[in-house]
Design a protein around this ligand. Structure first.
Ligand SMILES: *Cc1c(COP(=O)(O)O)cnc(C)c1O
Length: 376
């Protein structure tokens, strides 16, 4: 038996005719940049998120970068980021010429600890980027409260959080701007690169529309030093075909997460903790174990593919080796213990059950090893 971490082909197969029809529609339209597929997708995704505006862009990194530019981040500014996120959150800050200031997460939720934010705010701090890591919302109310108190912008990184809810309301318009990725493996994924920013702020939406298209509000008028960061209409059409299935596919992820939580409750693993404010969409199901590498090896031998999100925090990457940071022990200890189990809308429940059995077996043999070592 082999259970892959994530398979994308079954999702394409389930929507084969809708996707083929969407691609054919663009090919037949004669419009290959911008056009109706983009504006329709933007309307539909904004409505899904409960946001007034959606601006399609080229990918999640550009969504973050342009959102930061649109709220006014400039060279020399500082932006607060989680210490344990995917490096794109930090790179978007660096792309603005600004400096990422890491803040540690709460170990229980893996999300930004609101109580640790105020202590890193200085005169150059201009924004906070909460990340809704693994499809679970960060605790937005206290974060937005701190931002208002210090006059900071908030840009959410929702690349893993399509459809998730904070205190009953969908992620998409709680703060100044919300950045999305449609990388194929995300909960709402294109068949290539794609991204978007949602917001309730008309001025931010206008700035984004200009920045993604050479800083041009009208043809041959360039008010800002912009970029080419547009969403591809073929990807927009494919996303329109997939968006109506997102809630159903998220519900399947939820059922798998419920099975894992139930089946793994007796093991020595650290299991995901869901605060009462959160309605997660389980982009990833991440467990913790002190002997993570051994656990991953045993699971691989049992045919279960697992991944680590992420094995090295950004501050320890070569990309940031020239910068100095205060110690970030929570990010480092999480990185050494986390393991992502197979998860996706097309993972069969029977396979999720087999994953649970393999995990329980591996965890108990590791516990046995520990006792043996203690005796020796
Ligand atoms: C995927 C991801 C991104 C980047 O998205 P791309 O579309 O690959 O550029 C940013 N932040 C987080 C948390 C992500 O998971």
């Amino acid at each position: 038996m082999k259970i892959p971490f994530l398979e994308l082909k079954p999702g394409v197969k389930e929507l084969q005719s809708e996707i083929a029809e969407a691609v054919a529609r663009v090919i037949g339209s004669g419009v290959y940049i911008g056009g109706e597929e983009i504006s329709k997708f933007e309307e539909e995704f904004a409505q899904f998120c409960g946001a007034a505006h959606c601006v399609g862009v080229s990918n999640g990194l550009d969504a973050l970068h342009l959102a930061l530019r649109a709220v006014g981040i400039q060279e020399g500014d500082e932006v607060i980021v989680p210490s344990n996120t995917f490096i794109a959150t930090w790179l978007a800050v660096t792309m603005c010429g600004a400096v990422p200031r890491p803040v540690e997460p709460l170990a229980a939720t893996h999300n930004l600890d609101p109580d640790k934010i105020a202590e890193v705010i200085g005169p150059r701090t201009k924004a906070i980027i909460p990340v809704h890591l693994y499809g679970q919302p960060a605790d937005l109310d206290p974060i937005i409260h701190i931002a208002q108190r210090y006059g900071l912008a908030v840009v959410e990184d929702a690349a893993q959080a399509h459809g998730c809810r904070y205190k009953g309301r969908r992620i998409g318009a709680h703060s100044d701007a919300v950045a999305w990725s449609f990388y194929p493996g995300k909960n709402l994924g294109a068949l290539g690169d794609g991204g978007a920013v949602t917001t309730n702020r008309g001025d931010v939406a206008d700035a984004l529309r200009s920045l993604r298209n050479y800083g041009s509000p009208r043809r041959y008028v360039h008010d800002a030093k912009g970029y080419n960061a547009r969403l591809d209409p073929i990807q927009a059409a494919i996303l329109r075909a997939k968006l109506p299935r997102l809630d159903e596919w998220n519900a399947r992820r939820k059922a798998i997460a419920a099975l894992y939580l139930d089946e793994l409750s007796d093991s020595a693993l650290g299991l995901p903790f869901v605060p009462t404010f959160a309605d997660p969409v389980w982009h990833l199901f991440v467990v913790r174990h002190p002997a993570r590498d051994a656990l991953q090896r045993e699971l691989a031998e049992a045919g279960v593919e697992t991944l680590i999100h992420y094995p090295t925090p950004p501050h320890l990457q070569g990309a940031y080796s020239g910068d100095t940071f205060t110690p970030l022990p929570i990010a480092e200890s999480l990185a050494s213990e986390i393991l992502s189990l197979p998860m996706g809308p097309h993972l069969a429940m029977a396979d999720a059950k087999r994953v649970s059995l393999a995990v329980n077996e591996a965890a108990s043999s590791l516990r046995f090893d520990c006792t043996q070592n203690a005796k020796a």
